[in-house]
Design a protein around this ligand. Structure first.
Ligand SMILES: [Zn+2]
Ligand SMILES: [Zn+2]
Length: 352
C-alpha cells in the first residue's frame, strides 16, 4: 500500500483548570508527552484559553472550546468547537446559534457525546445531543471515553472494579451513535473523532479516593490518529492548519490503543485512475478495489452505508466494490474474554 501521509496521534476533548479539570495546560501537555502523544486539543466548558496553544516540548497543544446552551437543564447539546480564536458565548444561545457562531469565525466543530447512558448510581445527568435539526457542523465524536465508562457504573462493586481496571469495561462506541453516524453519512459528509473527556478529577467512592480516569490513562487509551497532508514543522500557524484540516476532512481514524497500538492502520480505495484514503471521495468508474492493512491481527469489517459487506480475521482485507456508497472500516480485537472495538475509520465516499 502506498504511503500517502504522515500519521500523528492525538487526544481530543479534555478539560483543564480553565473549567472543571484538575490540571493546567502546561501540566496536561507534560502528561501528553509522557503518553507519547503528538498533539492535544483542549476544550474547556464555555471557556476559551486564548494564547495557550503552541508547542510544549514535543507536543502540539491546540485550544478549542466545549460550548453548550446553559439554559437547558440538564445541560445537553455539547459542541466541540475547533480552530476558533475567541470565546463563543453559550449562554442564551441555541445549538444552531452556537454552531453558526463557530463557523462565522472560521472554526468548525463536532457534536460531543451524542448519546449518553448514565445509570442512576453515578448521580450524573445524561447530557446527550437532542437537537438533530441543526446544520453546519463538521461531524460527531463517535466515541467518548468518559461517557462510555460512566455507562458501566451501575452499582458499587462494578464502579470499584472498573475504576481500578477500566479495561474490563471499555467495549466500543455506543451502537446508537454508530447508527446515527451511518444515517447522517447517507445525507452528508460527516467526519468522526474520538474524545477522552479527561478531567483528572479526584473522586471519593466508598473507601477509594483516587483520580477517575487520570489524564495519562486517557491519553494512552483512546486516541485519534490523523493522516496529515504534510509533516508538522513547529511553525504554530502551519501546524495548527495541518491538524485542523485533517480532522475537518475526516483524514483520521479513532483507535482504542490500550488494546493494541493501531499506528499504521490504513484503509484505501483505488479505481483505474486514482487512490483515495479515509475522508476522500472516489468515483466508482466500474469498480473500486479496497485495501485494509492492520498492524495487528483483528476482526476486520468493511461496511457500506452501515452494513457489513466484507469481513476477515487477520491483518489485511481486500474487497472489490461495484456499488457507490459510503464505505468505512471497523476493527475489533479480543481482550479480556470479549471482542472490543479497536479501530473505527472515517469513510471513503464512493460516488457514481
Ligand atoms: Zn460534554
Ligand atoms: Zn467535556
Amino acid at each position: 500500500m502506498t504511503e500517502v501521509a504522515r500519521e500523528y496521534i492525538g487526544s481530543i476533548h479534555l478539560h483543564t483548570t480553565s473549567s472543571d479539570g484538575a490540571a493546567s495546560h502546561l501540566e496536561v501537555a507534560g502528561v501528553a508527552a509522557q503518553a507519547g502523544l503528538d498533539f492535544l486539543i483542549v476544550t474547556d466548558h464555555n471557556a476559551f484559553a486564548n494564547g495557550l496553544d503552541g508547542w510544549y516540548g514535543d507536543v502540539l497543544l491546540l485550544v478549542g472550546e466545549e460550548i453548550n446552551d446553559s439554559r437547558l437543564d440538564p445541560a445537553a447539546n455539547h459542541y466541540l468547537a475547533l480552530d476558533i480564536n475567541r470565546h463563543v458565548p453559550g449562554d442564551s444561545a441555541s445549538s444552531q446559534e452556537i454552531i453558526d457562531a463557530v463557523s462565522a469565525q472560521g472554526g468548525f466543530g463536532f457534536i460531543a457525546h451524542p448519546f449518553e447512558h448514565s445509570p442512576p448510581f453515578t448521580k450524573e445527568p445524561e447530557l446527550p445531543w437532542i437537537d438533530w435539526q441543526v446544520t453546519g457542523y463538521t461531524g460527531l465524536e463517535i466515541w467518548n471515553y468518559m461517557s462510555e465508562f460512566k455507562s458501566y457504573l451501575r452499582d458499587l462493586p462494578r464502579a470499584l472494579s472498573f475504576i481500578l481496571f477500566p479495561q474490563a469495561a471499555i467495549t466500543g462506541p455506543f451502537p446508537e451513535t454508530l447508527a446515527k453516524w451511518d444515517e447522517l453519512l447517507l445525507r452528508q459528509r460527516t467526519a468522526a473523532i474520538s474524545g477522552t473527556d479527561a478531567h483528572g478529577n479526584i473522586y471519593r467512592l466508598g473507601p477509594l479516593r483516587r483520580a477517575l480516569l487520570p489524564y495519562e490513562h486517557c491519553f494512552k487509551a483512546l486516541r485519534t490518529h490523523i493522516l496529515a497532508s504534510e509533516p508538522l514543522n513547529r511553525d504554530l500557524e502551519h501546524d495548527r492548519e495541518v491538524v485542523h484540516a485533517a480532522l475537518k476532512g475526516g483524514r483520521s481514524f479513532v483507535a482504542y490503543d490500550a488494546i493494541g497500538d493501531a499506528t499504521g492502520f490504513r484503509f484505501q480505495g483505488r479505481n483505474d485512475q486514482t487512490t483515495a484514503t479515509v475522508g476522500g471521495e472516489i468515483s466508482l468508474a466500474g469498480e473500486v478495489d479496497f485495501e485494509i492493512e492492520a498492524p495487528l491481527r483483528a476482526d476486520l469489517r468493511l461496511l457500506r452505508d452501515g452494513l457489513v459487506v466484507a469481513q476477515q480475521r487477520g491483518k489485511s482485507l481486500r474487497h472489490t466494490a461495484r456499488e457507490a456508497g459510503v464505505y468505512r472500516v471497523e476493527a475489533h480485537r479480543r481482550c479480556l474474554l470479549k471482542s472490543r472495538g479497536w479501530v473505527f475509520t472515517n469513510p471513503i465516499y464512493v460516488r457514481l
